[in-house]
Structure formats: C-alpha cells, structure tokens
Design a protein around this ligand. Structure first.
Ligand SMILES: Nc1nc2c(ncn2[C@@H]2O[C@H](COP(=O)(O)OP(=O)(O)OP(=O)(O)O)[C@@H](O)[C@H]2O)c(=O)[nH]1
Ligand SMILES: [Mg+2]
Ligand SMILES: [Zn+2]
Length: 269
C-alpha cells in the first residue's frame, strides 16, 4: 500500500532515504541549549511541510534556560504564524499537558531532531514510562551521544502513537526548487505581491518578500534553493553522463571493439 505521508531526505550520495511513513504530526524537538538553531529548524519544518505533515516545534530544556520565553518569541516571530511552537521541560509531566492537543487517539506523532535534543526523554514523559534510554549531552559542546539508534513505536494512554527516532546528523532535503517554495508558505504568498513575476527576491526593486521576511530566513531559503537546484542538476548530469558513456561504448563497438585502432597494441608472441 502506498504510504499516505512520507518524510524523506537525501543521503550523502543524493539518494532518497525515507525517515518515516504514515505520521500525522512531526514534533520538531530542539533544545534551548547549544542545540538551538533557527536555520536548522527551518530545514526540519520544510521536511514536514514537503510531506504534508503538521509540524509542532517543541523547544526542550526550558527549565534550564534563562531566556526561554524570548527564544520562543524569536521562533514565533521568524516562522509563519501557522506553525505552533512551545517551550517545555521534557522531564516534567506538564509537557504532556502542553502537547495534549496533538496526543489524540489514533494519531501518530514522530519525534525528530538532533541527538541530545530530548526526543527520548519526551517519549518517556508522553508515555509515562522509562522505556527509552536517555543520556546526558557532552559537557564541552552540549552535543548528544547518539543514544537512540533505531526507530521505535510507543503508545500513550490517550491512544496516540509516538515514534522515537535516532538524532539526525545532517538533513538534506529531498525536494526540487518548485516544491521548496510551497514549504515556505510565507514567502510563497508574499511573492505574489513582488513587482516582477519572476522575482528571485535578491536585489529586484519592489520585492515584497524582502520587505516582509526576516533576512536570515530569506538567506536560508535561498541556500536551500541552491541545494535543491544542485541536487536536481546532479540528477540530470548523471543521466547525461550515462548517455555519454553508452554512446561511447556503441561507437567503440562499431569500430570493432578491441581490434580497433584505439585498442592497446597486441601483446608480443
Ligand atoms: N533539564 C532538562 N534536561 C533535558 C530535557 N530534555 C532532555 N533533557 C536531557 O538531555 C539529555 C539528552 O536527552 P535524550 O532524550 O537522550 O536526547 P535524544 O534526543 O533522545 O538524543 P539521541 O537519542 O542521541 O538522538 C538527557 O540527559 C536528558 O535528561 C529538558 O527538557 N530539561
Ligand atoms: Mg534518543
Ligand atoms: Zn521578490
């Protein structure tokens, strides 16, 4: 059966890798420690949007962060208003109350984020169990230790399903330029008001996107666009290369293969 939703990324070879299928909501988990990175969060958001999955930003470690409220406000200010974002202490049962609107019977939620962000901690809190192993982040740079290595499915007492996943090291989007615009809906709708229909929102006059979107967000969008273009170009280039090789092979065979002038001189008897 074809999955209804599929979150996928590209691996280092540019091939599609499915992260998870058939989920209703993606909880994008990010720590309010050194893990905090709005540009990375935008990648995760695009990942969910491209798959047509509702995304909820869950900022963890609010209990250990002095300016949790202002960081949350920053997230809300820079992302489209349609994106829900909340800050929690993943170790406290209050996190379950905060996420109650999405913990509905029959719904499947996946936890995504870097290693050490607190996905397994949250899984345990949401399921009121200690099924998932968790581990402290490294003291120097607060990076995680890749504690979780396989995906696992858990059930909450409300009847929702939670999928805990291993922390991702990199997230290369599996998309092309056109689809990417759809994942940035604030940019897509502002673009309708740019003076030029083919505005790239770079230095054109009368650009509504530049006027209305945070410069860092627009820069990140352009970066993701370049990545998508490069990936698409690579696919075309790969195809061209294969065709070139085939043509060369045909020409070589037409010339008589090994006996042709291009072949190495015959070994002496
Ligand atoms: N104070 C505090 N600590 C937290 C919170 N969430 C997670 N932690 C701690 O952060 C560390 C990493 O948490 P994990 O749940 O193992 O992180 P993970 O995202 O599952 O990491 P990987 O399995 O490596 O991908 C643990 O020491 C947790 O106790 C939080 O909201 N507040
Ligand atoms: Mg984990
Ligand atoms: Zn524009």
């Amino acid at each position: 059966m074809t999955p209804l939703t599929q979150l996928s990324r590209r691996n280092t070879y540019g091939q599609r890798q499915v992260l998870v299928s058939n989920v209703d909501t993606a909880l994008l988990v990010m720590g309010l420690d050194q893990d905090f990175n709005l540009r990375r969060l935008e990648r995760y958001l695009a990942l969910a949007r491209l798959a047509g999955v509702t995304a909820v930003v869950v900022l963890t470690k609010a209990d250990a962060c002095a300016d949790a409220a202002s960081r949350l406000a920053q997230v809300q200010a820079q992302l489209p208003a349609s994106v829900h974002a909340l800050a929690v202490n993943g170790l406290s049962p209050a996190a379950r109350d905060a996420l109650a609107p999405w913990l509905i019977a029959g719904q499947t939620l996946v936890l995504l984020g870097s290693s050490g962000a607190g996905k397994s901690t949250l899984t345990n809190t949401l399921t009121a169990s200690d099924a998932q192993l968790t581990a402290g982040v490294r003291s120097g740079d607060e990076r995680g230790r890749h504690t979780t290595t396989v995906r696992s499915l858990h059930r909450t007492h409300e009847g929702a399903c939670i999928i805990d996943t291993p922390g991702l090291r990199t997230l290369r989007l599996d998309t092309d330029e056109a689809a990417l615009v759809g994942a940035f809906d604030d940019i897509a709708s502002l673009a309708l008001h740019c003076r030029f229909r083919d505005c790239r929102h770079a230095d054109e006059p009368g650009c509504a996107v530049r006027a209305g979107v945070a410069p860092e967000r627009l820069r990140n969008f352009h970066k993701l666009q370049r990545e998508a273009r490069r990936d698409t170009l690579n696919a075309v280039e790969r195809k061209q290369q294969v065709q070139q090789w085939k043509a060369r092979g045909r020409a070589w065979r037409r010339r008589g293969g090994l006996s042709a002038a291009t072949s190495p001189p015959p070994a002496r008897a």
